[in-house]
Ligand binder design. Sequence first.
Ligand code: ZN
Ligand code: ZN
Length: 157
Amino acid sequence: MLRKNCSKCGKELDGKHPSLCKECAAKSAREWYEKHKNDPGRKERRAKYAKDYYERFPTEYWNDKVASRRRNRRLELRAKIYQLLGNKCALCSFADKRILEIDHIAGGGKQEIKTFRNKSWNSYLKYVLDSIKNREEKYRLLCPNCNKLEAWKRKHS
Ligand SMILES: [Zn+2]
Ligand SMILES: [Zn+2]
């Protein structure tokens, strides 16, 4: 027979635990941890478990994992930046995010990117995102056309 109520508090089951509700499951996990956190050798066993787990997969697997996590983070940061900048070209409202570019309103983009040369691209995106959140108004989105046109104007003015 399938048990449908929490064996501790009688509440209807709402989590993954087969016999406890979410609340009681979390509470019993907490109690277990408090009781056992100082067991001799627990840390070592955990470390060994983690090491064994790590060694079950080849290095490439972990490299891939790190790469994909980094990629997801990059896409996430980019999406947030684009959203805050309106998801469209600041000059002509062109809105295809695939080719919109982040423009430094006052110029100096190349210099700025240089200072991040030894850091990750993600840390640069994070820096841009923070600047936008702080309303520093340093960036805008431009479509490739407007970006080129602006560059032309700067050069010929
Ligand atoms: Zn419960
Ligand atoms: Zn444009």
